[in-house]
Write a protein that binds this ligand. Structure first.
Ligand code: FES
Ligand code: FES
Length: 151
């Protein structure tokens, strides 16, 4: 099957129900997207599919054929994603970094759909887990972006 990832076409030989995460990491070598729980709980595997955040560990690859997938490797080609990454750096959000590609994906999807989210909207969208406890820094960064009215 053919997948569109980061504005590029990839031919993939995989069973229809193979998780998208396996294909992205193991077949295509795009290892910025992380495996955490494999159970749709942590968000480390988050990618964008047509601009919406999706947990790729539980997304069958056949379900995203013909759709535009964006991974962390290309998030800065998106105007909103670029601003999110810059703000993450300004706020020095990352500690070990393992969860952060998923966090950036969640923030980018939120701000693309809702450029100036309320605190409640931020709380509802930023639910990925972080074992290092960077939640305060994540919320400070998204608050900052929200105050700018998005990007
Ligand atoms: S690895 Fe997908 S949600 Fe945890
Ligand atoms: S920065 Fe380490 S798990 Fe989030």
């Amino acid at each position: 099957m053919e997948l569109r990832i980061n504005q590029k076409a990839y031919q993939v030989d995989a069973d229809a129900d193979t998780p998208l995460l396996w294909v992205i990491r193991d077949d295509l070598g795009l290892t910025g997207t992380k495996y955490g729980c494999g159970l749709a709980q942590c968000g480390a595997c988050s990618v964008l599919v047509d601009g919406n955040v999706v947990r790729s560990c539980v997304t069958p690859v056949a379900g995203v054929v013909g759709r535009e997938i964006t991974t962390i490797e290309a998030i800065e080609t998106d105007e909103v994603g670029k601003r999110v990454v810059a703000t993450w750096v300004e706020h020095q959000v990352a500690q070990c970094g393992y969860c952060q590609s998923g966090q950036v994906m969640a923030a980018t999807a939120l701000l693309k759909h809702t450029p100036a989210p309320s605190k409640a909207q931020i709380d509802a969208a930023m639910i990925n887990l972080c074992r290092c406890g960077t939640y305060n820094a994540i919320h400070a960064a998204v608050d900052d972006l929200a105050k700018q009215g998005g990007v």
